[in-house]
Design a protein. Structure first.
Length: 255
């Protein structure tokens, strides 16, 4: 019997992402790290700094997925409203966490600057902390919702503190890939037949274009390396049957 899949959703919070002023790089990093912890990223959403939207999105996703990860909106400015929104989503009060407060107060600052910094010490009542190895304020977890900074270096540091035990993940998610100078429409039916034989492996096709032609990269993802290797061999043979040469991972012809 196959192990239960552990699922995740990422919610990117920030008007600056939606406006195009800032490019999100956190999704790729989180997805890769979760793969290693046996957690499958199923959805990602980008939403504005609007309390009602944050509350509704978090409440929808925390029921639908095993884990929800948010980034952004936990800084010291007026539009950093994620902590308050998460507290409202769970129907709890917000409070100053003593451990975060102590960490912030280690660095002296004028009263008005310290007051702004202390806004980052507020977490929903009952939340537990997510460590921040960079030395700054921590993120927090309440139930299955993990709230992290949007700054990539800080977010990545927080993610490094996650463990398989904390997330209840299964086997790491692995991948295999192979390409061919064949169009997606050419191999579509044959790919479906292969996919139907391997319901526990995801088989995706991704076109690439070059000055001298176009082709398709075929990517397989799953937890069973034996099945992955078996599927890859079937895909390789399919490519050969269509009269093309398989392009292995790392071959510049597949770029």
């Amino acid at each position: 019997m196959a192990a239960k899949e552990v699922t995740a959703c990422m919610i990117v919070i920030g008007n600056e992402i939606l406006s195009g002023r800032t490019q999100d790089v956190n999704l790729q990093h989180l997805a890769i790290e979760l793969n290693e912890l046996g957690v499958r990223m199923k959805e990602a959403r980008v939403i504005p700094d609007i309390e009602d939207v944050i509350v509704d999105t978090v409440n929808e996703c925390r029921v639908k997925f095993d884990h929800v990860f948010t980034t952004g909106g936990i800084g010291p400015t007026h539009d950093d409203i994620t902590a308050e929104s998460i507290a409202r989503a769970f129907g709890v009060e917000i409070e100053y966490h003593p451990e975060i407060s102590e960490r912030i107060q280690r660095r002296e600052a004028p009263p008005e600057v310290m007051a702004a910094r202390m806004l980052m010490a507020r977490v929903p009542k009952g939340a537990v902390l997510i460590d921040n190895p960079t030395g700054g304020p921590q993120g927090f977890q309440i139930d299955n919702v993990f709230v992290m900074a949007g700054v990539p270096a800080v977010m990545q540091a927080m993610v490094s503190s996650f463990s398989k035990e904390r997330l209840g993940g299964g086997h790491p998610i692995r991948s295999r890939s192979i390409g061919a100078l064949l169009g997606e429409s050419t191999v579509a039916n044959a790919l479906k037949e292969i996919q139907d034989r391997y319901p526990d492996i995801d088989l995706g096709s991704y076109p690439f274009f070059r000055p001298d032609g176009f082709g398709t990269n075929l990517v397989m993802r799953g937890t069973d390396t034996r099945l992955l290797d078996q599927m890859k061999e079937e895909v390789r043979q399919m490519i050969i049957d269509f009269g093309a040469d398989p392009i292995e991972e790392g071959d510049p012809r597949g770029q």
